[in-house]
Design a binder for this molecule. Structure first.
Ligand code: 6PG
Length: 231
């Protein structure tokens, strides 16, 4: 697909194929990272799209003791709120595999944007470079909780978010400096609702997701519905 040269576009027939391919790539990247340096530092995507990928990971056999889990963003809600990205990931996956709890680094977003962002900077700085950053894309081209029209300094590790157009308004997000300090970046996008965002990204519009480059580019896994190739 033409457009952003740092993105490799992988169009698959449907959401099930996207989920299967992404889950498999995550497991391969984990094995490679653990072989290479003894651990796998992964940043999780929030929202609904990755839930099916996390369910596939829950059924997989992996060297979980060497996984170190971080979050790309979190909603400023109580720690046990079902709308939290950490609660979704725990329910679909992390609560079902033996990743040591000390290796799961939730964002303390219940403290509010500024306090949580300040508290998360040290663990993020200590984790860099990430081995893998997983991201979704919103209908407006946001990714993590970096939204269009809001200021995202390129050197920011962790960003305190207010007035997010996608509820809740208060969030915490990894900043571009952290999200781009990754050996691999996988963006997963499904459904026709994302078609406009993909089209704008592909045409080179300066969307938050278009500012994600990783250390070696970005792999975008999308279905034909999101790619606008549906008959
Ligand atoms: C969030 C996510 C957000 C999400 C996109 C896509 O907290 O909502 O981090 O960035 O990835 O909005 O969400 P869906 O996968 O639900 O479409």
């Amino acid at each position: 697909m033409p457009g952003d040269l740092t993105a490799n576009w992988h169009v698959l027939p449907g959401a099930a194929q996207v989920e299967q391919v992404v889950a498999q790539r995550i497991l391969v990247l984990a094995e490679q990272a653990i072989d290479d340096h003894g651990c796998f530092r992964i940043v999780l995507a929030g929202g609904r799209t990755p839930a099916a990928v996390y369910r596939r990971l829950a059924a997989a056999d992996a060297d979980w003791a060497h996984w170190r889990v971080y979050y790309g963003d979190e909603r400023c809600l109580p720690a046990d709120d079902p709308e939290r990205n950490s609660v979704m990931a725990a329910g679909q996956w992390l609560g079902r595999v033996p990743v040591p709890p000390a290796n799961i680094h939730a964002i303390p977003a219940e403290r509010g944007p500024e306090a949580a962002a300040a508290a998360y900077r040290a663990p993020v700085r200590a984790a860099l470079p990430f081995d893998l950053v997983l991201l979704g894309v919103g209908e407006d081209g946001h990714t993590a909780s970096l939204f269009p029209g809001q200021d995202h300094p390129a050197d920011e590790l962790v960003h305190a978010v207010h007035d997010a157009p996608k509820p809740p308004p208060d969030r915490v997000s990894l900043g571009l400096s952290a999200l781009n300090n990754a050996e691999a970046v996988l963006v997963l996008v499904t459904g026709s609702g994302k078609r406009d965002a993909i089209d704008r990204w592909r045409r080179g519009e300066d969307l938050p997701v278009a500012r994600i480059r990783g250390r070696h580019g970005v792999d975008v896994y999308l279905d034909v519905a999101a790619a606008g190739l549906e008959a």
